[in-house]
Structure formats: C-alpha cells, structure tokens
Design a protein around this ligand. Structure first.
Ligand code: DGY
Length: 320
C-alpha cells in the first residue's frame, strides 16, 4: 500500500481507482491549490502525486515528498509546472493526459475565434446592460470567418483538430511546425509556412504550442506588430507564449482587431487587469479541456498512469 496525494479534488473515477488498488489517499480539499507551505507538508511520505497545472512541482516539493516518491501524475497534457530535470535526476516518473482533451480544446479555441471576431460577448453585455435601443446598420461589425486565412501555430493533435474545424468553415489553413505533417496537409489542404512570413498574411492566428523555453514569449511586441491589421489572435495554449504588455499594445494601438484568450499571463487574470478592461478581448478561465466526458477521461488516465508506476510497470503516458 502506497501513500498517494492529490493536490485537488478530481473527478471521482480517479480516486475510486486508487482506493480500489488498496492505496492510501490524501486529498487537498481546498477550492484552490494548496499554498506552498501546505503543499510541502501534504506531500511528505507520498509515493505518488496527482497534480494540476497550478501546482509548482519543483525539486523542493520532490524532496519534501522524500525518497519514496515514484510518480507525478499530472491531470493535464501540459507539464510546464513540473521541473522535469529535477524529476529525471531523482528517478521520478512524470506522466500526463494527452489525446483525450484534443477535441474539447479545439472546440473552445474555435468558439473563442468566432466570439472574438463576431463580438459575441460584447453584444451580450450591450443587450444585458440595456444599451440596445435600435438595430445598428454599421454597428458590431467584425471580420468574416468563412473563407478567411488562418495560421495555426503548432500543428500537433490540438492544432490539427482546430484545423478540421477551420476547414468546415471554408478557411485557408496555414501552419507552423518543427516537422512537416504531410498526412494532415493532404487531409486538410493545409500549408506549412515560416511563422514570420505568414503573420502579415493571416486573418486569424491560433496558438497550439506547449510552453517551453523556445515558445515562451514567442509572440512578443515585434511578432505582434507583424500581424495583419484587423486580425484576431486566439490563445488556448499557455499565457506565457504571449507577452501580455505587448498584447495590450497590439489590441489598443497595434494591428489586432480582437483576441480570444483562454489562457493569460498572469493567471488568474485580476479583474482590473488592462486586458480585462478591453472590449475587444474575450476571456475564459483556462477551461479548454472542461468537457464533462473529457475531464472524466483525464482523471481516469492520470490514475492509470500513477497506478502503473506504483505496480512497477511502464505508465501508458510517460513524459519522463
Ligand atoms: C492542459 O491539459 O494542459 C490544459 O491546459 C488543461 O487541461
């Protein structure tokens, strides 16, 4: 029997699997992640951790768990909150939940694209606040989506799922990726392009890269300035892929018509943050994977990964 610590309450299916395997389970019951001091106490003696993207899991946490720690099973596909080198150095396995959240995240990215272009949330506020007095012949105009050119930055599973939605809207699809994706090109009519060449030509840009040292602030002021006047940026990847100050500039004085953001830097975004004050920004609170079935499957997968390592087996979805 091993001690397993979950830093949040996850869908029950994860906990049932862990208890059914005979392990002891401690769950942080707070609505938000444990404060640092609590986290360090909570993990002591754990052999397995179930973590979420807001927990900073670094060498200090691993050492606070102690030498018995075998696995950090992340309830997300992104693992940028975990110090992978520190885990590797200690022989701790790190796992994630790829694949199952692809469609849900692509759905939300496309919802943000439509909402930002067609000013859905701004219109909703306008109606609810009692400002709607008459039909506006030239009010609430926004860029057309059908037939527009979209640039997908990062053409992995989620980028390609987003492309399938874009194809359904008759969009021309450009993508950037470290490696060409000939099958997806054939299926979707997508074309691989260098990022800086494509930016001035794209009506919409959607980000689907993981956060790494190479992608951190990939969209800085220089890149944002290269974007096509009147274009829309969508980010469902990680907030730190975009320089926030530069984004505010791009949305107020620069080329952007609007942005749809499920992720921001900082996160959570304070309500008086400059981004939150802009009418041309649609915000959601990092809910790309928040499909009911998707979250269940993520929980199940995280538990399967964790249990496999505790049994001494190779986990189905290893990162380290
Ligand atoms: C992930 O999985 O990385 C998402 O950001 C949250 O589900």
């Amino acid at each position: 029997m091993a001690k397993v610590v979950a830093t949040r309450r996850l869908p029950e299916v994860a906990f049932q699997a862990i208890l059914a395997a005979g392990h002891e389970l401690s769950v942080w019951e707070g609505e938000c992640p444990p404060p640092r001091e609590e986290l360090l106490k909570l993990v002591a003696g754990a052999e397995g951790l179930l973590t979420t993207l807001e927990d900073r899991i670094d060498a200090e946490v691993m050492d606070a768990a102690g030498p018995g720690l075998k696995v950090i099973a992340q309830y997300a596909v992104g693992v940028d909150n975990i110090d992978l080198e520190a885990a590797r150095a200690r022989g701790i396995r790190v796992t994630n939940t790829p694949g199952v959240l692809t469609e849900a995240t692509a759905d939300l990215a496309f919802a943000l694209l439509l909402a930002a272009a067609r000013r859905v949330v701004e219109g909703d506020r306008y109606v609810r606040e009692g400002r709607w007095r008459c039909w506006l012949p030239t009010g609430f105009l926004g860029p057309e989506v059908a037939g527009a050119r979209v640039l997908i930055v990062g053409f992995g599973r989620i980028g390609q799922a987003f492309a399938r939605r874009a194809k359904g809207f008759g969009m021309e699809i450009l993508y950037t990726s470290r490696t060409p994706k000939p099958e997806a090109e054939a299926e979707l009519g997508a074309r691989r392009v260098p990022l800086d060449e494509a930016l001035p030509k794209a009506d919409f840009v959607s980000l689907h890269v993981p956060l790494t040292p190479e992608t951190e602030r990939l969209f800085d002021r220089e890149r944002l300035a290269r974007m096509k006047p009147g274009s829309v940026l969508v980010n469902t990847a990680r907030g730190r892929v975009v320089d926030t100050e530069a984004l505010v500039w791009a949305l107020t004085e620069g080329p952007l018509f609007a942005a749809g953001l499920d992720v921001t830097d900082p996160e959570p975004l304070p309500k008086d943050h400059p981004l939150a004050r802009l009418e041309n920004v649609v915000l959601t609170p990092h809910v790309g994977s928040a499909g009911i079935r998707t979250r269940e499957r993520m929980a199940q997968m995280a538990a399967e990964n964790l249990l496999a390592v505790l049994r001494g087996e190779e986990p189905p979805h290893p990162v380290v």
